[in-house]
Design a protein around this ligand. Structure first.
Ligand code: IPM
Ligand code: MG
Length: 399
C-alpha cells in the first residue's frame, strides 16, 4: 500500500518536473515582442466575463470606441466581443477556458478582460482553475504590472508581479497522497525570474528611477525565493545606475502602511502570490481594489483587466447597473499605452482623475444611492470630450 502511494506521488512529481524542464527550454529560446504599429487591424478582444463583467465591459468599450473612433473607422483597430467566458460555460465543459473561447482569444492581439468567477472548494461550481490564471499561462503573460499612485501622499508604486510561476503555476496540480496529507508545488525558474526582474529594472531605467525593491521570503522559502533573489543579484549588475534591495514580504506589507517609509518604494518586483496579496493592499490604500487596473504582459499577447471580482452578489441583488467600471477603464488606459496610443491614454487618465478624484460630480457607491455605471461613463465621456480637458486637469493638480 505505502509503496503504491509513493509510486503514484513520485510519478506525479516526475511528470511536473518533466513539463517544467521543457518549459524552461522554451523560455530560453525567447520570442519577439509584438509590434503594434505593424498590425492592421490590431484586434482587441473584449471578454465579458461573469457577474457584473458584461455590464462594465460594454460601458468601457463605449468609452474606448469614442477615443478610438478614427482608428476604428480606418480599420487600424477592431473590437471583438468575446461572450463565452462565463462560469456556466466553463463549468459545462469542466475547463478554465473552453476551447472555442480560447481560440477566439488567441485570434486577438490584446484582450480587455472583465472579471470571471473563480470557483473554490466547497462552492456552488465545480472547482476548476481560475480563468485568469489559465489565460496568463496559455498566453504566457508573464508580467502583471500594477501601478498604484496617491500623489497627495507622495505614493507612486509600480508592482511587477511575476504572473506565470510561483505558487500559481501548479495551483491545480497539488496532490493528496492520502486524505491526511496535501502538497502543493511552487516553481521559480531562472529564465522566468529573469524576465520579470529585468522588466522592472528596464522600467526604472526608462523612468529615471534609481531604486528597485525585490520582495521575497527567501529567508524561509529558501529554494524558490532564493533563486528569485539570486537572479535579482545578477540582473542588478546590468544596471549600475540603479540601486536595489531585497525586502521580505512580511515587513514589506507592514511598511506599505507606514507613511514615514512607504514613499521610498517605487518599482517593486516579486513572485506571484506575494504580488497578488500586496497589490490588493496597495490598491486599497489608493481607494479600493475597484480603483486599480492591471496589465498582464507577454511578448506576443497582452491582457488588461480589472483587479476586482465578478461581484455575483450585486447581480443577485439586482444592483448590476451600479457596478463601478473605473477599474476596467483604468486597465484600458494601460491598454492604450501598451498599443502606443499615448495621447489617448493620457486623455482617458485625466478624465478618470477628474471624475473619480477631483471633481466627483457623480459618485458610484454600488447601490441605488449612487450613480450607475452608465451615468458615470456619460460623465466621463463628457469630461474627456471637453476641449479644456488638460487645462482643467492642470488646475485641479495645482490646487
Ligand atoms: C488577481 C486575482 C486573481 C489572482 C484571482 C481571481 C485568481 O486575485 O488578479 O489578483 O489571484 O491572481
Ligand atoms: Mg488578487
Amino acid at each position: 500500500m505505502t509503496q503504491e502511494i509513493l509510486d503514484k506521488a513520485g510519478a506525479h512529481f516526475a511528470q511536473i518536473v518533466k513539463e517544467q524542464l521543457e518549459r524552461v527550454e522554451r523560455l530560453k529560446t525567447g520570442e519577439e515582442w509584438t509590434d503594434y504599429s505593424k498590425l492592421h487591424p490590431i484586434k482587441v478582444g473584449v471578454c465579458w466575463g461573469d457577474g457584473i463583467g458584461p455590464i462594465i465591459s460594454q460601458e468601457t468599450q463605449r468609452v474606448l470606441e469614442y477615443l478610438l473612433e478614427e482608428e476604428v473607422k480606418s480599420g487600424k483597430i477592431a473590437f471583438k466581443p468575446i461572450e463565452g467566458l462565463t462560469i456556466e460555460n466553463r463549468a459545462k465543459v469542466g475547463k478554465a477556458i473552453p476551447d472555442d473561447v480560447l481560440e477566439e482569444i488567441k485570434a486577438c492581439h490584446v484582450i480587455l478582460k472583465a472579471p470571471t468567477t473563480t470557483p473554490e472548494k466547497g462552492g456552488p461550481w465545480p472547482n476548476i482553475e481560475s480563468a485568469n490564471v489559465a489565460m496568463r499561462r496559455e498566453l504566457d503573460l508573464f508580467a502583471n504590472v500594477r501601478p498604484v499612485s496617491i500623489p497627495e501622499e507622495g505614493i507612486d508604486w509600480t508592482f511587477f508581479r511575476e504572473n506565470t510561476e510561483g505558487a500559481y503555476m501548479l495551483g491545480s496540480r497539488g496532490i493528496m497522497p492520502t486524505p491526511d496529507l496535501a502538497f502543493d508545488f511552487k516553481v521559480i525558474t531562472r529564465p522566468g525570474a529573469e524576465r520579470i526582474i529585468r522588466m522592472a529594472f528596464e522600467y526604472a531605467k526608462k523612468k529615471g528611477i534609481d531604486y528597485v525593491t525585490i520582495v521575497t521570503k527567501a529567508n524561509v522559502v529558501k529554494t524558490t525565493d532564493g533563486l528569485f533573489l539570486e537572479v535579482a543579484e545578477q540582473v542588478g549588475k546590468d544596471y549600475p545606475g540603479i540601486r536595489w534591495e531585497g525586502w521580505y514580504i512580511d515587513i514589506m506589507t507592514a511598511k506599505l502602511v507606514d507613511p514615514a517609509r512607504r514613499t521610498q518604494f517605487r518599482v517593486i518586483a516579486l513572485p506571484n502570490l506575494y504580488g497578488d496579496i500586496i497589490t490588493d493592499e496597495a490598491a486599497q490604500l489608493q481607494g479600493g481594489v475597484g480603483t486599480a487596473g492591471s496589465a498582464n504582459i507577454g511578448k506576443r499577447y497582452a491582457m488588461f483587466e480589472a483587479i476586482h471580482g465578478s461581484a455575483p452578489r450585486m447581480i443577485k441583488e439586482g444592483r448590476g447597473k451600479y457596478a463601478d467600471p473605473s477599474s476596467l477603464i483604468r486597465a484600458s488606459v494601460m491598454m492604450l499605452e501598451h498599443m502606443g496610443f499615448m495621447e489617448k491614454a493620457k486623455k482617458l487618465q485625466m478624465g478618470l482623475d477628474i471624475c473619480t478624484r477631483f471633481e466627483k460630480k457623480l459618485v458610484i457607491t454600488g447601490r441605488d444611492n449612487g450613480a450607475t455605471g452608465r451615468d458615470f461613463c456619460d460623465y466621463l465621456l463628457e469630461t474627456v470630450k471637453n476641449p479644456e480637458l488638460e487645462a482643467k486637469w492642470n488646475s485641479f493638480q495645482s490646487k
